[in-house]
Design a protein around this ligand. Structure first.
Ligand code: SF4
Length: 214
C-alpha cells in the first residue's frame, strides 16, 4: 500500500484531526515536552494547571522555579525531569523564537536537538506544529502501525523512518500535520496493543489481521 493510500483511507474514515490542540505556538512547545511518555489526557491536566495559575506565558513560565513548575505539571508524570526539560525548552524558545523565520529547517532542528531534554520526536513536533516546517513526526504509534501493515523500516532508526515518509510524500505541512495526527488517533483508539481490527479502515488488507484470522 502506498502512504498516500493509507492517508486517504484514514482521512475518509475519521475526517481531519485539526491537530495540534493549542491556543498559541508557545503552548505547542509546552505540550510537545509534556507529552513525552504520557497520554494527551494527562498533558491537558498539566496545561490546565498552568493556565489556572496564569503562568502559561514565556515570561511567567521561564521565571518559575523548577520545584514550583514540577508541582504544577505533576499530572503529566516524570514531573521533576519534565520541569527541568520544560524550562530548558522555554528558555530556548524565549531566546530564539524571534530569529527562526529565515533560518533553514535543518539548522533549527540541530539547535533544538542541542537542548537538553529535546529529542527527535519533540524537536520535529515543534518544527511541524509550532513552526510550520515540513518535517514528518515519528512516534511509537507510527512504528506499530507500519509493523502491522508490514511497511517500511518500522524497526529502523528515527531518521530512517522520517526519511521513509518524507521521500514518499509531497513536502506539504498540512499533509504531514494531519497524517501524523491520523496515525496517533489510530494507534491510540484502534490499532492499540490489543487492536480493535473490526473498527479499522485497514481491516481487509492488513497482513497482521490476516495472519490472526488464519
Ligand atoms: S487491521 Fe488491526 S492490526 Fe491492522 S492496522 Fe488495523 S487495527 Fe492495526
Amino acid at each position: 500500500m502506498r502512504l498516500t493510500t493509507i492517508y486517504r483511507k484514514l482521512l475518509d474514515a475519521h475526517g481531519p484531526m485539526h491537530w495540534w490542540p493549542a491556543r498559541t505556538r508557545f503552548e505547542i512547545i509546552v505540550g510537545a515536552v509534556l507529552t513525552q511518555n504520557t497520554s494527551w489526557k494527562n498533558v491537558q491536566k498539566a496545561i490546565s494547571n498552568l493556565r489556572r495559575e496564569k503562568v502559561l506565558t514565556i515570561n511567567k513560565l521561564s521565571g518559575l522555579g523548577e520545584s514550583t513548575l514540577a508541582a504544577l505539571i505533576k499530572p503529566a508524570g516524570y514531573y521533576n525531569l519534565k520541569a527541568r526539560r520544560l524550562l530548558n525548552a522555554v528558555h530556548w524558545w524565549r531566546d530564539n523564537h524571534r530569529n527562526l523565520k529565515d533560518m533553514d529547517t535543518m539548522e533549527i532542528r540541530g539547535k533544538l536537538l542541542a537542548v537538553n531534554g529535546i529529542g527527535p520526536e519533540t524537536a520535529d513536533s515543534i518544527l511541524l506544529y509550532a513552526l510550520g516546517r515540513p518535517v514528518f513526526v515519528i512516534d511509537a504509534y507510527t512504528r506499530r502501525i507500519l509493523f502491522r501493515l508490514d511497511m517500511g523500516p518500522w524497526d529502523g532508526s528515527y531518521d530512517e523512518l522520517r526519511a521513509f515518509f518524507e521521500k514518499r510524500l509531497p513536502s506539504d505541512v498540512g499533509l504531514y500535520n494531519d497524517f501524523h495526527a491520523q496515525l496517533v488517533n489510530l494507534g491510540n483508539n484502534v490499532c492499540r496493543v490489543k487492536p480493535l481490527c473490526s473498527l479499522c479502515p485497514f481491516n481487509n488488507v492488513c497482513p497482521s489481521r490476516k495472519r490472526e484470522r488464519n
